[in-house]
Design a protein around this ligand. Structure first.
Ligand code: PLP
Length: 397
């Protein structure tokens, strides 16, 4: 079968694909149709946090599939699988977030949070950050990247105001009694791994409290140990207690699953029919997520990620010292890392050259590549990936 030809003729794409078709994976490695092996430093857009073909996930899938995948009148009835996940996740969530709803994608989680914040407050205005990414539904596009992007689909869903990421004064100037919500990532992932300056989240939180505005923290990319804490807000000196915490990606190690957690106060203002969906909180997804979360917690993966992240960052810093004319910045926290190049046009050729050399990286706009290995990656694989990068970056001199 010619996978690429069939997909090109019969499928739809919204991007210029790489001519690669993967058949299987194990741990941090994947293989393509020709049997070529690659180191996967993408984790499928930061999703396969326990690597590929993890026995705990495979076991959870087969065990739950042998029982029930979708409940009768799902959502309208209860599910032991969902109850088990709720109880487990509750031990990892910030203390103020008492209740969680599970859905199917990060965009849906943010979409619901924005919709509910608008309804609860009765206000239309939402503040987001330039460079932020919150999804591709109409609602979430309206708060994604900036006016240039959200203006492609008009009219926007909200009276959105974009402020520069990390600029507390701009946030203070923008927020007012008409503001329904502020939505923010603790670290902008798609924006190129931009880390919020210390105190920024606490400042937004204080401003939200002052104006009766709901505070939505999007941990879809940063949650589930990716940054070396279970949630990235735990890096902050002050306690961050959002009204909504949105969850996705690593939550189920590669299975499409997501959610949003809210305080009791917010949950108390929701009504029947405010949200729902055929597959929301389905038993299979809950069982898989339970396997992932219990592994992350039992094996204290967050600490390991913090340690490996420091090792990786130190190696990338050395790479930057070797190629100062090419690499402008190294950024990261835990295993959410990025290399930024002076030339914004380098993203694509670097991604292709790395793949050709057996290393898969995440192409990110403006001359940035992200390195998002799975959280169980070995030190030897970190070493090998940086050795490949060293070789490839050297060819762009
Ligand atoms: N929010 C953040 C911070 C993300 O990084 C992403 C995806 O990259 C999303 C939301 C959207 O999630 P999904 O692609 O699952 O809809």
């Amino acid at each position: 079968m010619d996978t690429i030809d069939i997909e090109n003729r019969l499928g739809i794409t919204f991007c210029d694909r790489l001519p690669l078709a993967f058949t299987h994976g194990k741990g941090s490695r994947v293989w393509d149709e020709a049997g070529r092996e690659y180191l996967d430093f993408t984790s499928g857009w930061g999703v396969t946090c326990l690597g590929h073909n993890h026995p705990g996930i495979t076991q959870a899938i087969t065990a739950q599939a042998a029982k029930i995948i979708q409940s009768p009148n799902a959502g309208f009835t209860y599910s032991p699988s969902r109850a088990a996940l709720l109880a487990l996740l509750n031990t990892a969530l910030p203390a103020n977030l008492a209740r969680t709803y599970f859905c199917n994608s990060g965009a849906e989680a943010n979409d619901a949070a924005l919709k509910l914040a608008r309804k609860i407050t009765g206000r239309r205005k939402v503040i987001s950050n330039l460079g932020g990414f919150h999804g591709r539904t109409f609602n979430t596009l309206s708060v994604t990247r900036g006016l240039e992007n959200s203006g492609r689909y008009t009219p926007k869903q909200h009276d959105t105001v974009f402020v520069p990421f990390g600029d507390s004064e701009a946030m203070t100037a923008a927020i007012d009694a008409d503001t329904a919500a502020v939505i923010v990532e603790p670290i902008q992932g798609e924006g190129g791994v931009q880390i919020a300056p210390p105190g920024y989240l606490a400042h937004i939180q204080a401003q939200c409290r002052q104006h009766g505005t709901l505070f939505i923290v999007d941990e879809i990319q940063t949650g589930f140990c990716r940054t070396g804490k279970f949630f990235a807000i735990e890096h902050e000196a002050e306690t961050i207690a959002p009204d909504f915490l949105t969850l996705g990606k690593g939550i189920a190690g590669g299975f499409p699953f997501a959610g949003f957690a809210v305080s009791d106060a917010v949950a108390g203002q929701m009504e029947n029919d405010d949200h729902g969906g055929t597959y929301c909180g389905n038993p299979l997804g809950c069982a898989i997520s339970h396997a992932v979360v219990s592994t992350l917690l039992a094996d204290n993966i967050a600490n390991e990620v913090a340690e490996k992240g420091n090792v990786l960052l130190a190696k990338l810093e050395r790479l930057k010292t070797t190629y100062p004319a090419l690499i402008s910045h190294v950024r990261g926290r835990g295993l959410l890392t990025a290399l930024a190049f002076h030339d914004p046009g380098l993203t694509r050729p670097l991604t292709e050259a790395c793949a050709e050399a057996g290393l898969l990286v995440v192409p990110t706009r403006n001359g940035i590549i992200r390195l998002l290995p799975d959280l169980l990656v070995s030190h030897a694989d970190l070493e090998e990936a940086v050795a490949i990068l060293n070789r490839i970056v050297g060819t762009f001199r």
